[in-house]
Write a protein that binds this ligand. Structure first.
Ligand code: FES
Length: 111
């Protein structure tokens, strides 16, 4: 693993006393054009958090930051634009190689 790859995964939980983490292969993806790495098949949100990114979108009216909240696909806090498609719940969407993930403003617009 290269130094750049290691640095991009500093915030990842690697060990847990009762949970086991199964990982897919390490893949490259993009956040707002920035090259990042995550494990294939894990939720996109997990990869973003592992890379230190906590703000996923800004609200429509007051432009307040939103990020990870329920992690179950129930609250809409994590909506982002993925591969040009707005309003993707990244807490339940699996990461794939080469994905283009973008922070969403308001309700999101098709690119
Ligand atoms: S964090 Fe609640 S829907 Fe994704």
């Amino acid at each position: 693993m290269s130094k750049k790859t290691c640095n991009s995964l500093n915030f990842r939980i690697k060990e847990h006393p009762i949970l086991e983490f199964k990982k897919g292969r390490l893949v490259k993806f993009y956040f707002n054009g920035q090259e990042l790495f995550g494990y294939e098949g894990e939720p996109i949100a997990a990869s973003l958090i592992a890379n230190g990114i906590k703000v996923f979108r800004y609200t429509e009216k007051k432009h307040r930051p939103r990020g990870f909240f329920c992690a179950l696909g129930k609250c809409s806090s994590c909506l982002m634009t993925v591969n040009g498609i707005p309003n993707v719940m990244v807490c339940i969407e699996p990461l794939k190689e080469g994905m283009d993930v973008r922070r969403q403003k308001g309700r999101g617009r098709l690119v």
